[in-house]
Write a protein that binds this ligand. Structure first.
Ligand code: TXA
Ligand code: MG
Length: 327
């Protein structure tokens, strides 16, 4: 991919100013990035997203050698995972050092660290002498952006620069892991599948409650208070969808499916994520498909089929489950 040095320098310049933020592509989703060591920039990120202060941010680094600049420990199993999957869609929760502002971690004792694989994110980080805090560049509660146009549509008039990086190649947020009581623990499933972690460090456990931040908890506590609930604005039903058909007018139904096309539903209202069944491709297409259905005025309800429960299918099912849980 051709990187525009001028625009990259502009982005770096904005980020060097206190309070400066830019949107940057990563291989997972687009992020809203600011200097992780500058409380003003961190405050800007929270404000622009409309994100509650108790939902912490991931800190993006250029190189694995920087981990111990910001974390006080780097346990061996976490190092093994970092060496295996960085740069890439894996975030590690490690005990934080005091140079990371408390606002970044929402006062929690650990900092979330990740080295993104996207060449533009990487080139940007290499120009800077500070790490970048970056949540997904969507308004709080909505679907994560996997194209620059998604960012432009919702935040374009409020951020000074959106770096172009093409469609995100992973398309799901990073997998988040911690190291609890001597065992690697998954907090959020994402672009690295559980099976991939297992190959490197043996069995991993899942946090009793997979955290996706507090978005859904807030939504569950006060659904009417939020414009949207973590995902599409339209009701989304998830599972075995054919038995649901009689409940809805077929011309108003939108479909998300891996490869199956449903004869009862207009073809143009069906998002088939990977007709040949490739799960990586399905993951890459998922969020854009949800946006397309959400924006289609003919569609009133979205029905999402359950995906195969292995590999990236688990993370896709997790996102669809969360998108549907409150409807
Ligand atoms: O792929 C990704 O991870 C993308 C790209 C931009 O890197 N970022 C992303 O960020 O998905 P965001 O803000 O949408 O999700 C960050 C989540 C939080 O909601 C929380 O669940 C977890 O990461 N997290 C961050 N810092 C944490 C901390 N200190 N302790 C526990 N969980 C943390
Ligand atoms: Mg997010």
């Amino acid at each position: 991919m051709q990187i525009d040095e001028n625009i990259l320098n502009q982005a770096a310049e904005i980020l060097r100013q206190s309070g400066g933020v830019v949107a940057m592509p990563t291989e997972t989703v687009y992020g809203l990035a600011g200097n992780a060591l500058d409380p003003e920039s961190v405050a800007q990120i929270f404000a622009l997203k409309g994100r509650p202060a108790n939902d912490p941010l991931i800190v993006h680094l250029a190189h694995i050698d920087q981990v111990l600049d910001y974390a006080s420990e780097f346990p061996e199993p976490m190092r093994i995972l970092a060496e295996a999957f960085w740069p890439g869609p894996l975030t590690l929760l490690l005990p934080k050092k005091s140079n990371i502002p408390d606002a970044v971690t929402s006062g929690l004792p650990r900092v979330a660290l990740r080295i993104p694989a996207h060449p533009v994110a990487h080139a940007l980080l290499q120009k800077l002498d500070f790490p970048l805090a970056a949540p997904s560049a969507n308004p709080f509660g909505y679907i994560s952006p996997t194209m620059s146009a998604h960012v432009a549509k919702q935040l374009g008039d409020r951020i000074p620069l959106i770096l172009e990086g093409g469609p995100c190649q992973v398309g799901l947020e990073s997998t988040i892991v911690g190291y609890d009581d001597g065992q690697v623990t998954v907090y959020r499933l994402g672009g690295i599948a559980r099976e991939q972690l297992h190959v490197k460090v043996g069995p991993v456990k899942f946090s009793a409650k997979l955290t996706h931040g507090i978005e859904e908890e807030l939504a569950a506590a006060a659904p009417g208070m939020l414009k949207s609930h973590y995902a599409p604005r339209k009701p989304l039903y998830f599972g075995d969808i054919e038995p649901m058909f009689p409940r809805f007018n077929p011309s108003k139904v939108g479909i998300v499916s891996l490869r199956k096309i449903f004869k009862a539903i207009p073809r143009e209202n069906q998002q088939i994520l990977a007709i040949e069944g490739d799960m990586a491709r399905a993951a890459r297409n998922l969020f854009a498909a949800l946006r397309t259905l959400d924006e289609n005025p003919q569609i009133e309800v979205i029905l999402a089929q359950k995906f195969p429960d292995f590999g990236l299918g688990c993370a896709i099912n997790d996102r669809l489950q969360r998108a549907s849980a409150l409807k």
